[in-house]
Each structure stands twice: as structure tokens, then as C-alpha cells.
Write a protein of this length. Structure first.
Lengths: 303, 254
């Protein structure tokens, strides 16, 4: 069974079509990454999948249950870690978790036990009686993650879970997410961090202007969109035109990115044919998901 | 309109827990202030006022003070309180990611607002009883009336909360709606002392039937209009409760 499936899903806000006819399939047990620039529609898509926002058109199924008719059941098996901190400021750290557990109808003793468990998972156990105001940004984010696990979810939906975290905390979170995945918890991970997507995700979708033009394993996307290696030529202002002409003559796929020109789809370790002319100014490096991201979503700011 | 479920109790419990952590900050407004008004108006001003039937002025205003402060409690809770939870603290957004629905949140907020009215009404009733201002055993029903009136005022307040753009809009709510009711619903003077037109207008005000019922329960003197008063409260409650379920859904699910 699919963990999440959307059929022709769309969301319109007045003049803006935030999500445009999206068909998404997330397999049970996988970590699925959702990448895209700001304003691509990721958060709108996630809000619909978590039954917080009603779709303008289309359908969503969560573990086979239609969200239109079974939103309560779906929400009971979803764990949500929102991008915006919405911790309960009127309650302590522990009360935040036990109160949240009560929304899921978890008994008092069980709520307390499990709250301490998820707190220690994110190394917050000695903060249990602190007020939310006393927490640092990183601690709040870890508490949001702990809260997302309070109902032992089958599917975890994470919107930028490591944003604003220091490297130590980021690796802690990555480690915990990897552990959860090995326990069979499906994850839908929305992120701007390409490294995070490459490390954690089995498959990623790149979202652009409300659509999802490409889905696949990170390595497959890299080979399909840029090849395994990217060659970069540093160009001075005067020689740009000549360089471009030269590359065109050799039939190479390239992109002018300002201070340099990137050449794609040349997998050889040696300098490919046609680039020898620029020998001193050419450097090869492994292609990354970020290269794919730029190729699909462009380099200009979306908003 | 979608119905709410028993799960609204979870929102009520959340608000209760927070209230009993912070209640010391709330007590002056809803315990001390009504006592001051009762004493200042009742003893101070009351010395100069002779009522037609020889009733003491402080006795006359006590039921209205109970009704008014029940109104204030639910109104403050479901305007400033609910708005803060909804807009600033995003508490409702967080709850929406759990099995609770918007309707559960709405009903939970309203029932909590009504509970505030219940608590305020009960405390002032006890104080009035201590001053020997309670004349009839029917007054034991005052907490029930306060809760019922609380549902009505909480529903009206939450409806307003669900449509206002900012927290400053509540100035209008209190200055143009709540405060006029406090003065023109028969709390401080019998409605019959107003011109005809004000008398009819004051029957539209939701506080008027509450004051009538409160006065009847405390004095033990029942007139036929108490049935109208009760019917009016029930009708207004049903109306505003239903509308707020719809407008809150519109506000919270975008």
C-alpha cells in the first residue's frame, strides 16, 4: 500500500495557483524528500496532506484512507513537525508533550512515560520543567520533533526540520530520522538543504511553480539531469563569447552561471574533448543534487 | 456546518490547565472588581437612591452584577484569549494537526469561556450571599444560568474573533457592544426608567434576559417574562454557536 497518494491535487489562493495538479506517491517505509525554492508550493502541499488545509481540487489518500472522509483517522497516524514554531507558550516543555498526547487520546500515564522517552531521544530530558521562553531556537526545534513523535506515528511529515540548527544538533536529528526510517516509519521531508536530502532520502521530488517536474532517487536524478560530473570553466569578461561559441561547436550541454560556465553530461574522469583549450581554467567536480535543483528550478529568485 | 465532537473536551482541558497555572493574574478582574462595584454603587450611591418598593439599592444591583461579570468573563476569554491562542501563539494550528477538528476547537473554546462565566458567577454569588443579598434558595441555580449565559456570550465573542483582522478590533466590541449592555440592560436601574425606545432596544441586548433571570432567581419573585428571557437566551445561543462553527472553520482552514 502507498503511504501517501495524491490525485490531481491543486490549491488556489485568490490569484495564485500554489499547487498545480500534483500526483504524488510516497511508498510505505521510505524517506521521501520534497525540494523546491521558496514559494514553490511545498508548504501548501504539506498542509493539504496533513489535513490542515482543504484542497481546491483533487484527492488525497493516507495509507489508503481518503482525507475528505477520514481526516481524523489519518491525522491520528500522522506526526507533523511544522516549519513555524507553534509550541504552546503557556505550558512547560513536559506539559507541551502531555497536552499534545491528550489530543491524541493517549492515557495520562502512557503520555507521561512516552513524553520522557521522546524528550531523551532529542536530549531534552533535563529541560522538562522549563518554559518554552527559556529554550534556545535549536531546543525549540528539537522539541517540535519530539512532539511530532508523541503519537508514535506511522508517517512523519517534516517541514524544514533542521533549519537554524547547529551542526551538532543537525547530525543528531539526521541520526534519529535514519533510525526511525529503519524502524519502518515513512517520512515526507520538506527541505531546502540539498545535503540533507541526499543523506536522508530514498527518493526526492523537485517542486517548481506548484508542479513536480521530476521524481527519483537522488543519484538517478543527478545522472539524468547533469551527469555524474560537472566541469566548471572560470571565464573573464572578455573571453565569454568565444568560450560559449567554442562549447557550442563541440556540442556540449552547458550553462552560463555568471562567474563561471558549467558543463554537464560528461562522465569521464579525464578532461573531455573540447575543454582542453581552457586547460588552466577548468575544474571537474562530482555533480550534486544542488546542480539538479538549479537546472530544474532556474537561478533567478522566485519571489 | 459540521458538528463538533466529544474531543472538544481536550481543548477545554488545555485551557483549564493553563488557567489554574496563571489564575492569580486573572483574579483581580473577576473577583475584586465586582466587589468594588457592588460596594461603591450599593453602599455609596445607594444611600441617595430610594427604590419604589423600598428595596435596598445594593440588593437591586447584586443580581445584575453577577450577570454582567459572567458576561465579561466569557467575552474577554473568547476575544483576547482566543485571538491570542489563534493568531499569536498558533495554538489552534498545532491542535489542527491532531485528530481534533476546527469544530472541536471552536466548541472547546466556547465551553471554556462559559466555564469562566460559571466560575465568576459562582464566586460573586458567594460574596453576595455573605453580604446577605441573596433572598431565595432559587439562587442555587445562578451557576447554571451563568454557564448558559456564558455559552451565549462566548459564542458571540468567538464569532467576532473569527472575523476581525487584528486584536485592536476588540476595542469596538467592548466599547460599542459590551459596555452599553452593562449600562442599559437593567443592571443599575429598572428598564422602566428609560424612554420607551430604549426599553425596546434593551430587549435586543443579550444581557437583558440574563439580568431578568438572575434577579428572579435571587429574589424568588418570578414574572411571566422569565420564560421569554430563557427562550431568548436559548435561541441566541443556538444561533451564534452555529454561526461561529462556520466562521471559525473559514478562518482556520486556509
Amino acid at each position: 500500500m502507498l503511504a501517501i497518494k495524491t490525485y490531481n491535487l491543486s490549491k488556489r489562493f485568490k490569484d495564485l495557483l500554489a499547487v498545480d495538479d500534483v500526483n504524488l506517491e510516497v511508498e510505505e517505509g521510505e524517506c521521501f524528500g520534497l525540494l523546491g525554492p521558496n514559494g514553490a508550493g511545498k508548504t501548501s502541499l504539506i498542509r493539504m496532506i496533513t489535513a490542515v488545509s482543504p484542497p481546491t481540487g483533487g484527492d488525497i489518500q493516507v495509507l489508503g484512507k481518503d482525507l475528505k472522509t477520514h481526516s481524523r483517522q489519518a491525522k491520528a497516524i500522522l506526526g507533523v513537525v511544522p516549519q513555524m514554531d507553534n509550541l504552546d507558550l503557556d505550558l512547560t516543555v513536559l506539559q507541551n508533550l502531555t497536552t499534545f498526547a491528550r489530543y491524541f487520546n493517549i492515557t495520562k500515564d502512557e503520555a507521561r512515560r512516552h513524553s520522557m522517552e521522546v524528550l531523551s531521544l532529542f536530549e531534552l530530558e533535563n529541560k522538562s520543567n522549563s518554559h518554552i521562553k527559556e529554550l534556545s531556537g535549536g531546543m525549540k526545534r528539537r522539541l517540535l520533533l519530539a512532539r511530532g513523535l508523541i503519537n508514535t506515528p506511522k508517517i512523519l511529515v517534516l517541514d524544514e526540520p533542521t533549519i537554524g540548527l547547529d551542526p551538532q544538533a543537525k547530525y543528531l536529528v539526521w541520526h534519529k530520522l535514519t533510525e526511525l526510517r529503519s524502524q519502518g516509519v515513512t517520512q515526507l521531508l520538506c527541505t531546502q538543504n540539498m545535503e540533507e536530502a541526499a543523506v536522508l532520502c530514498d527518493r526526492v521530488a523537485i517542486m517548481h511553480q506548484g508542479r513536480i517536474p521530476s521524481v527519483g532517487a537522488p543519484n538517478d536524478l543527478i545522472s539524468n539531469y547533469v551527469g555524474d560530473k560537472v566541469w566548471e570553466i572560470e571565464v573573464n569578461h572578455g573571453e565569454r563569447e568565444e568560450t560559449v561559441k567554442n562549447l557550442e561547436n563541440h556540442g556540449l550541454d552547458f550553462e552560463d552561471v555568471g562567474d563561471k560556465i558549467q558543463v554537464f553530461y560528461v562522465a569521464t574522469d579525464d578532461m573531455p574533448m573540447g575543454l582542453g583549450d581552457f586547460a588552466e581554467r577548468v575544474r571537474g567536480r562530482p555533480a550534486t543534487l544542488e546542480d539538479v535543483f538549479f537546472r530544474i528550478t532556474g537561478r533567478s529568485l522566485a519571489e | 456546518m459540521k458538528p463538533f465532537s466529544w474531543r472538544c473536551i481536550r481543548v477545554w482541558q488545555r485551557n483549564r490547565d493553563v488557567f489554574f497555572r496563571l489564575w492569580r493574574a486573572e483574579a483581580p478582574g473577576f473577583v475584586v472588581e465586582p466587589i468594588l462595584i457592588l460596594l461603591a454603587m450599593g453602599w455609596g450611591l445607594g444611600t441617595y437612591i430610594g427604590l419604589v418598593d423600598g428595596q435596598k439599592y445594593i440588593e437591586f444591583i447584586a443580581p445584575g452584577i453577577i450577570a454582567s461579570y459572567a458576561m465579561f468573563s466569557a467575552s474577554f476569554e473568547c476575544t483576547y484569549g482566543s485571538f491570542t491562542r489563534m493568531e499569536y501563539q498558533k495554538t489552534h494550528d498545532a491542535i489542527l494537526a491532531t485528530p481534533l477538528s476546527v469544530e472541536d476547537i471552536t466548541a472547546g473554546e466556547i465551553f471554556w469561556g462559559a466555564t469562566r462565566s460559571f466560575m465568576t458567577g459562582t464566586v460573586i454569588l458567594a460574596i453576595a450571599a455573605a453580604f446577605q443579598l441573596v433572598l431565595s434558595p432559587w439562587a442555587a441555580l445562578i451557576p447554571v444560568l451563568a454557564f448558559l449565559a456564558g455559552i451565549m456570550f462566548a459564542s458571540i465573542a468567538l464569532l467576532f474573533t473569527s472575523i476581525v483582522p487584528s486584536i485592536y478590533s476588540f476595542n469596538y466590541y467592548f466599547t460599542l457592544f459590551i459596555t452599553p449592555m452593562f449600562f442599559f440592560s437593567g443592571v443599575f436601574f429598572p428598564l422602566s426608567s428609560f424612554p420607551e425606545i430604549v426599553q425596546s432596544l434593551s430587549w435586543i441586548a443579550p444581557l437583558t434576559p440574563v439580568v431578568h433571570l438572575s434577579r428572579a432567581l435571587i429574589s424568588g419573585e418570578f414574572h411571566s417574562n422569565i420564560f421569554w428571557a430563557l427562550a431568548l437566551i436559548v435561541a441566541l445561543t443556538a444561533l451564534f454557536f452555529s454561526i461561529s462553527l462556520v466562521t471559525m472553520r473559514r478562518r482556520l482552514t486556509i
